[in-house]
Design a protein around this ligand. Structure first.
Ligand SMILES: Nc1nc2c(ncn2[C@@H]2O[C@H](COP(=O)(O)OP(=O)(O)O)[C@@H](O)[C@H]2O)c(=O)[nH]1
Ligand SMILES: [Mg+2]
Length: 436
């Protein structure tokens, strides 16, 4: 994945050219063939394994930790080598994607991959499905934003009035005052210098939007967040109740395992008994072991203590820590997070620690105040934005990036195990402004 600030759409005419569907057609044919082959393979596998007892197929936790193939970073290309049980294959949350029709959404997704220089040999159905979901998910934000915008842009050159309208639309999509000002000022300056036709205006807008979300990523000097190989990485998932921390953790566990990282989960949200159970379900789904303590209100720091011990003894590369989003009061919550941080710093000073704030896109700019509240005790290093599949406030991503300087690392658009991806500004902005 790359974060692209340069002019993708004009570098590659295929994004603008509806006639040129060749690549998309070839991609569709390729994926169709691939799916048929996979079906056949699965059929053979089922026939082979059916006479055996299902317990023989269940792989042990140790197996999962020790038998993982090494790959360079998060990738789609490594198949999941272990599934915890055959029953799980029918679980709606981990269902394999199915190739849909060759429709506008497919061709849009294919064009986005093509524009980023993806080769036909390397594309996967997962990627196409993800882009389709992201594009559909951002529909609500788009309806209140782009549809109006495109109508206002029309076919004529941009006018100062159009720019004023754009300002309103950006604010309405929850992009925030800072980001909106930056974009509008850039547009006005450009408009003072030359006449902008609507196409160039839109391209310039996309470029500005990308720059806002890319800036914190560039400042962090880390283009894409992935665990470092052969050492302990500890990722804390923090955020208020219900934003999607546990779900994100489950998806990350799956992504990490698929990419060949030995992974472990610490169930450190002990505030609700159900929270531990929920983490265990995700552990099962993704095939990643979970360190937990079933005692009600067990000390989260002690669970993290145990988990670090287990991680070290098993050479785990990624320890994912689920945390509580609500305690008796906010101070308790922040104290608890500080305590967890201290344990990590003391027990694993060599570890690569990421503290990821999970934000719910449907809450728009509220994410900003949440970021402020968590930034001190959790020493935040990045953001995950969830629920982009149903938000009308997708513009909140720009507010968070421009005002907190925290890089957006992953985005989630659905409740399924595959519905999370590393953040890619080009894909995000194109999905937001897609006119189909
Ligand atoms: N539609 C949608 N729902 C999500 C997403 N992420 C999480 N959820 C749902 O949000 C609810 C709260 O998620 P959970 O992970 O328990 O939040 P937590 O309290 O922060 O751990 C659950 O019903 C999840 O299924 C997402 O990207 N899209
Ligand atoms: Mg939770």
């Amino acid at each position: 994945m790359t974060n692209q600030t340069d002019d993708q759409s004009s570098q590659n005419p295929s994004l603008d050219n509806d006639e040129n569907l060749d690549w998309a057609k070839q991609a569709y044919e390729k994926l169709k063939r691939q799916q048929e082959e996979q079906k056949l393979e699965q059929q053979i596998l089922i026939e082979k394994t059916l006479p055996k007892k299902s317990t023989e197929i269940i792989s042990s936790e140790n197996n999962q930790i020790n038998s993982l193939e090494e790959t360079s970073s998060f990738s789609d290309d490594v198949p999941v080598t272990n599934t915890s049980s055959l029953e799980n294959l029918s679980n709606e949350f981990i269902e394999e994607p199915i190739l849909g029709d060759f429709d506008d959404t497919f061709t849009w997704s294919a064009k986005i991959l093509e524009a980023q220089g993806k080769k036909l040999d390397n594309i996967s159905l997962d990627e196409i499905n993800w882009l389709s979901r992201l594009q559909k998910g951002l529909e609500k934000t788009r309806k209140g934003f782009v549809t109006d915008l495109l109508e206002k842009f029309g076919d004529d050159p941009l006018t100062p009035e159009t720019v004023d309208d754009l300002e309103t639309l950006l604010l309405r999509s929850d992009a925030g005052v800072n980001a909106t000002d930056q974009i509008i000022n850039a547009l006005r300056t450009r408009l003072n210098e030359e006449v902008l036709d609507s196409k160039e205006g839109l391209r310039f807008l996309k470029e500005q939007l990308c720059q806002i979300v890319d800036k914190p990523i560039e400042n962090s000097e880390l283009n894409e967040l992935a665990p470092k190989r052969n050492r302990l990485n500890i990722w804390l998932l923090v955020g208020v109740n219900g934003v999607g921390k546990t779900t994100t953790l489950g998806k990350l566990a799956n992504l990490a395992l698929k990419s060949g990282f030995s992974t472990l989960i610490a169930a450190a949200d002990t505030f609700r008994a159900a929270a531990v159970e929920q983490v265990k379900v995700w552990g099962d789904r993704s095939g990643v072991p979970v360190i937990s303590n079933n005692t009600p209100n067990a000390d989260p720091a002690s669970i993290v203590f145990d988990a670090i011990g287990a991680a070290k003894s098993k050479n785990v590369e990624l320890l994912l820590v689920d945390t509580a989003g609500r305690l008796q009061n906010k101070n308790n919550l922040m104290e608890e997070l500080s305590k967890v941080r201290k344990i990590i710093d003391r027990l694993a000073p060599e570890a690569n620690v990421e503290s990821l704030l999970v934000l719910d896109a449907t809450q728009g700019q509220n994410g900003l105040s949440q970021a402020m509240a968590f930034s001190k005790s959790a020493e935040l290093t990045g953001v995950v934005i969830t629920k982009l599949d149903g938000s009308s406030r997708g513009g909140g991503a720009f507010a968070v990036a421009s005002q907190t300087n925290l890089p957006i690392r992953f985005i989630g658009a659905g409740e399924g195990i595959r519905d999370l991806r590393p953040f890619n500004s080009f894909e995000f902005v194109e999905a937001l402004l897609a006119n189909k």
